[in-house]
Design a binder for this molecule. Structure first.
Ligand code: FPP
Length: 233
């Protein structure tokens, strides 16, 4: 049996613990985690997965030590400047979801640059949740819908799931079929709360830097053996 698998969402957790186990600074875990991410995106696109969304930085992550936030932002700068070009070469379109106003201007400019540069690519779509929080995303959609009603552009009766989805950062992106969280934690942590309504959940003890394409394949096999009912019998 096989289920349709268009979109995988991932919570990449455990970089800090990976580093601690090796007596390395947390930054070393993030560096290795970013390399793992490149491998997984490549592997998933080669398997024909059309969409992959990864949680790279949550709105809550801004509360970490300044040195760790600065390291993650510099790592991101590096990936935006060079490494993400690999995804462009593989025919991937790159999108970012999250609160852009909290990010430095040079980073936002680079993000927009990559989104524009890759907008014509149609092999797969790689979505990076950056400075992302799902409740903030939902509230921003509520504000957009309310303001359309207040202006008289739409009626309250017009508000349905499709209209609301179109007000989220993920408009035009199908909901994830499968969500994977690494490192043994079993939480959703303010990630894609609306979009994950019917997703299959997978939790693995593997720390993100150790995650491999082989394990991704095992998870996909397990996903294929599950019966998805969407509330029906
Ligand atoms: C969670 O591990 C991971 C993060 C908060 C950052 C995820 C970022 C990457 C994998 C790098 C991505 C890079 C780019 C360029 C997009 P943790 O630090 O919470 O680990 P811990 O729970 O073991 O402390």
């Amino acid at each position: 049996m096989s289920n349709e698998l268009e979109h995988i969402a991932i919570i990449m957790d455990g970089n800090g613990r990976w580093a601690k186990k090796r007596n390395l600074p947390r930054s070393a875990g993030h560096k290795k985690g970013a390399e793992t991410l490149q491998e997984i995106v490549k592997g998933a696109s080669e398997m024909g997965i059309k969409y992959m969304t990864v949680y790279a930085f949550s709105t809550e992550n801004w509360k970490r030590d300044k040195s760790e936030v600065d390291y993650l932002m510099d790592l991101l700068r590096h990936y935006l400047k060079s490494e993400f070009d690999e995804i462009n070469k593989q025919g991937g379109r790159i999108l970012f979801i999250g609160e852009r106003n909290m990010l430095d201007d040079d980073i936002v400019a680079q993000m927009e640059n990559i989104e524009n540069k890759t907008s014509g690519n149609d092999k797969f779509t790689f979505i990076v949740a950056l400075s992302y929080g799902s409740r903030a995303e939902i509230l921003s959609a509520v504000k957009k819908v309310s303001s359309s009603v207040a202006k008289g552009d739409i009626l309250v009766e017009d508000i349905d799931e499709n209209l609301f989805s179109s007000m989220l950062y993920t408009r035009n992106i199908p909901d994830p079929d499968l969500v994977i969280r690494t490192s043994g934690e079993q939480r959703i942590s303010n990630y894609l709360l609306w979009q994950l309504a019917y997703s299959e959940l997978f939790f693995t003890k593997t720390l993100w830097p150790d995650f491999t394409v082989a394990e991704l394949k095992e998870i996909i096999n397990d996903f294929n053996s599950r019966e998805r009912r969407y509330g029906k019998v």
